[in-house]
Ligand binder design. Structure first.
Ligand code: BGP
Length: 478
């Protein structure tokens, strides 16, 4: 195994999202967002799917996004902890509702803009480069009530307004931008990804691709505006990645896996190549889907492709033409056939470090642009020992294996990789389950699934380990 393959200036760090980390949901003029009405518990999945999602909160549910782990009031302490680990980059997201509480005001909320400016300045004071996701599953509720979420082209204009404010205000403070987190999540969790609440009998596939088109066009406009405001801006797309393997070498299985992969690549094909791929156009024809493409859309998409390809990777997937007898399904948002060669996490996600190398090769071959891994990690139950220590060797083991695979992709396959941000470096709320007990962090946060706890932060064993990884630029993986 090669040592020290990581290029100089490689961006090591971690990633969070406003709705899972920030809290302060009704403070300083912030408006209500889709993520605020998604409860913990049995009603969470239907809400994320857009199946009769109520657009208000009630007294019967607990809504974990409201306080999350309160980065809003802990950001100085939290950024200092990231700096102590030697972070070069911190990926975080902006809550749209802090900037435009309803989404369609003409003037932004000064307090919201000031908050993020303080956060970015704090990062720079510690030598940390911010990497900002403009939209990480969040959307003002008002835009869902008034326009039906991303179904409406009006949202393209409102998103342009949002990004114009952000790029101008944070010029010189933020250089790396991602337009939409896991843009392909529209197809899997449409309320979370695009604010879609389906009507009885509505053609869901059509609604999802309409929303996808509007987000893709908005993303291209954002790329254009970012480059106009500051030619030094680097804009990336963001894919929930993870290769889908055929369950067997039966061509029927291979074909199913290929179509599953295309379903996800579709988004990056548009964002990186600048046009709809042939397989998608044919599918629209068959399904009678008209996304309302204008001549201007065609130009904007073609002329404003992304600078780099970012993605999350937790696991590979597996698809079969027919569910083989006795084989289980695993995963949640991306349900698939259980891969008999792999072990699963406590939440049933297949652990596959080599799959990361495979995914990196697939993406690099396909787009020939630098990659950025902006999420990776192991969600696990942690145990706090009597002396307060947390010995998360399983997390170290997972991350080490994935970093090795990433090093091999760089060193042996020649893949260009800008950086690596682990998911949830400080424990935060799980997107899929709303739990706190599904932890990813190097830093433990005292908070449980019902919202009890002091919110005190403490270092886990993995904290010192990751610090050493960064200090040696990945040469010492422990
Ligand atoms: C991705 C999301 C994140 C994050 C992560 C882990 O899909 O971009 O927001 O939460 O997955 O998933 P979970 O929180 O469900 O364990």
């Amino acid at each position: 195994m090669a040592q020290g393959a990581f290029p100089e200036g490689f961006l090591w760090g971690g990633a969070t999202a406003a709705n899972q980390f920030e809290g302060g949901y009704d403070e300083d003029g912030r408006g209500l967002a889709n993520v605020d009405v998604i409860p913990h518990g049995a009603d969470r999945l239907p809400a994320m799917l857009g199946e009769g999602t109520p657009l208000v909160c009630d007294g019967d549910h607990y809504y974990p996004a409201h306080e999350a782990v309160d980065f809003y009031h802990h950001y100085k302490e939290d950024i200092a902890l990231l700096a102590e680990m030697g972070f070069k980059v911190y990926r975080m997201s902006i809550a749209w509702t802090r900037i435009f509480p309803n989404g369609d005001e003409t003037e932004p909320n000064a307090a919201g803009l000031a908050f993020y400016e303080e956060v970015f300045r704090e990062c720079h004071a510690h030598g940390i480069e911010p990497l900002v996701t403009i939209t990480h599953f969040d959307l003002p509720i008002h835009l869902i009530e008034k326009y039906g979420g991303w179904r409406s082209r009006t949202l393209i204009e409102l998103y342009k307004r949002l990004v114009t404010v952000l790029f101008n205000r944070y010029k010189g403070l933020v250089r790396y931008w991602l337009t939409f987190n896991e843009i392909n999540m529209i197809l899997h969790l449409p309320f979370m990804g695009a604010g879609l609440v389906f009507e009885e009998g509505e053609d869901r596939t059509r609604a999802m691709y309409l929303a996808a088109h509007n987000e893709l066009v908005a993303s291209a406009w954002a790329t254009k505006i970012a480059h106009e405001v500051d030619p030094g801006n680097m804009v990336g797309c963001m894919l929930a990645a993870g290769a889908t393997y055929p369950y067997s070498c039966d061509p029927e299985d291979v074909r199913v896996a290929q179509t599953k992969n295309q379903e996800n690549y579709f988004f990056v094909d548009v964002q990186s190549r600048g046009a709809y791929p042939a397989y998608a156009l044919k599918m629209f024809e068959r399904e009678g889907i008209d996304v309302g493409m204008t001549e201007e859309d065609v130009c904007v998409l073609a002329e404003n492709t992304v600078d780099f390809i970012s993605f999350s990777y937790y696991s590979s997937r597996c698809a079969a033409a027919k569910l083989p007898e006795g084989v289980e399904m695993t995963g949640n948002a991306f349900r698939g056939v259980r891969n008999p060669y792999l072990k699963n996490s406590q939440w049933g996600w297949a652990i596959d470090p080599l799959g990361l190398r495979i995914t990196m090769n697939d993406l690099y071959d396909r787009y020939q642009k630098p990659l950025f891994i902006v999420e990776n990690g192991l969600g696990a139950h942690d145990v706090v020992e009597e002396d307060g220590s947390i010995n998360d060797d399983y997390r170290i083991e997972y991350l080490r294996a994935h970093i090795e695979a990433m090093r091999d992709a760089i060193d042996e396959d020649g893949v260009e990789l800008l950086g690596y941000t682990t998911w949830g470096p400080i424990d935060l709320v799980s997107a899929s389950t709303g739990e706190m007990s599904k932890r990813y962090g190097f830093v433990y946060v005292d908070r449980d699934d019902a919202g009890n706890g002091t919110l005190a932060r403490s270092r886990k064993k993995s904290f010192a380990w990751y610090k050493q990884v960064i200090a040696t630029n990945g040469a010492d993986l422990g």
